[in-house]
Design a protein. Structure first.
Length: 306
C-alpha cells in the first residue's frame, strides 16, 4: 500500500518527559506550517503510570504548547511495525529497541546534530534538587524545541524528496536540475548528482508513488520498475562494460530516503568503485545447513502469509 502519510514515534523511558516534549514540539511545528502528511506520537519503554511533570508542562506552555492532555503509551511490537520513523531520545532506548525488537532506530541528536549523543533524564541523584530539576527541564525543552525544525527537515527529505522532485517543488542539491531520463506508467528514472566520475552517470529508478520498502510495492509496479532498470542498463552499456543495480532496503542496509529507489551504477574495469566490502566469517557445513533451513522456513511463512 502506498504510504502518503509519514508516522513518527519518539521513544524515551516513561513517556512523560523527553519523548513528550519531542512529540508536542513537532505537533506544534506541523500545525504552524499546516503540514498534513506527517503524524506524530510518543511512547516509553517502561511507561509506568505517571503524570507529566508540572515543570515540563510549564516550560512547554511558555512556548505556546499545551501537553496537559497527554496520555502515556508503552512501546510495543505493533508500534515498531506501524510507525515509519522511530526516534530514540537516549542511547539506552536505542539499545532496548535493537535488543528487544531487532530494529535499529536513530537518536534525536543523531538526526538534529549529526552526533550520536543522548538527551539525558533528570536522574535519581538529582530528583530531590528542585533547582537542578527546573534548570534541566528548561534546558531540555529548549534543546528539543530549537532542533524541531531540523527533525522536520529530515522527515521531509527522507520521505518526500523524490515526490517533491516529480511535482516540481524543488531542485536537486546545489541547484542541480531534476531532469527525467525515462518515464514509464509507474516509474521514473533520473540522474543523481552523486556521480562516480565526470564521464559516468548514476541513475536512480523510482516508483512514482512512494513506497517505504520494496516488499510493499504491488507486483505490477515491481515489474514496471524491473523493466525500467533493464532499459536504463542497456543504455548504460552503450558506453560502459557493465553496471551494478543496488537497492538499500531498510536503515541497517543504508537506506536514508524512504521512498524505494534503485541505483543503476555504470562500471568499467579498474574504475575504483567499491559497492560493498564484506567482512564475514565463513560458515562451516553444519552452520550452512542450519541457516539454509532457517531461511527456507522464513520463506514458507512469507509465502503462506504468516
Amino acid at each position: 500500500m502506498a504510504e502518503n502519510k509519514v508516522k513518527v514515534l519518539f521513544v524515551c523511558s516513561g513517556n512523560v518527559y523527553r519523548s513528550v516534549v519531542a512529540e508536542y514540539c513537532l505537533r506544534n511545528f506541523l500545525r504552524k506550517k499546516n503540514v498534513k502528511n506527517i503524524s506524530v506520537k510518543s511512547a516509553g519503554i517502561t511507561a509506568k503510570p505517571q503524570l507529566v511533570d508540572d515543570q515540563t508542562l510549564k516550560f512547554l506552555k511558555l512556548k505556546g504548547i499545551d501537553a496537559s492532555k497527554h496520555k502515556q503509551m508503552k512501546l510495543s511490537k505493533e508500534m515498531i511495525n506501524n510507525f515509519d520513523l522511530i526516534i530514540a531520545m537516549h542511547k539506552e532506548h536505542q539499545d532496548f529497541i535493537q535488543n528487544n525488537f531487532g530494529v535499529y532506530v536513530p537518536l534525536f541528536n543523531e538526526i538534529a546534530l549529526g552526533k550520536s549523543t543522548s538527551i539525558e533524564d533528570v536522574g535519581e541523584a538529582h530528583a530531590d534538587d528542585s533547582e537542578y530539576v527546573k534548570n534541566h527541564t528548561k534546558n531540555t525543552v529548549e534543546h528539543i524545541y530549537k532542533n524541531t525544525e531540523k527533525i522536520f527537515n529530515y522527515i521531509r527529505m527522507s520521505n518526500f524528496l523524490f515526490v517533491d522532485f516529480m511535482k516540481g517543488h524543488r531542485e536537486q542539491r546545489d541547484g542541480y536540475p531534476f531532469k527525467p531520463l525515462y518515464e514509464s506508467k509507474h516509474s521514473i528514472a533520473f540522474m543523481s548528482i552523486d556521480i562516480p566520475n565526470k564521464e559516468d552517470a548514476h541513475v536512480l529508478v523510482v516508483p512514482k508513488t512512494r513506497f517505504k520498502a520494496f516488499e510493499d510495492i504491488p507486483p505490477e509496479i515491481q515489474h514496471d520498475l524491473v523493466e525500467s532498470i533493464s532499459i536504463v542498463g542497456k543504455a548504460i552499456k552503450k558506453n560502459h562494460n557493465g553496471y551494478n543495480v543496488l537497492l538499500n532496503n531498510g536503515w541497517s542496509a543504508g537506506q536514508r530516503i524512504f521512498h524505494t529507489h534503485f541505483h543503476v551504477i555504470p562500471r568499467n574495469e579498474k574504475d575504483g568503485i567499491k559497492i560493498e566490502v564484506w567482512k564475514n566469517k565463513k560458515l562451516n557445513k553444519t552452520q550452512f545447513i542450519k541457516l539454509n533451513e532457517q531461511i527456507r522456513e522464513n520463506i514458507k511463512e512469507v509465502v503462506n502469509g504468516a
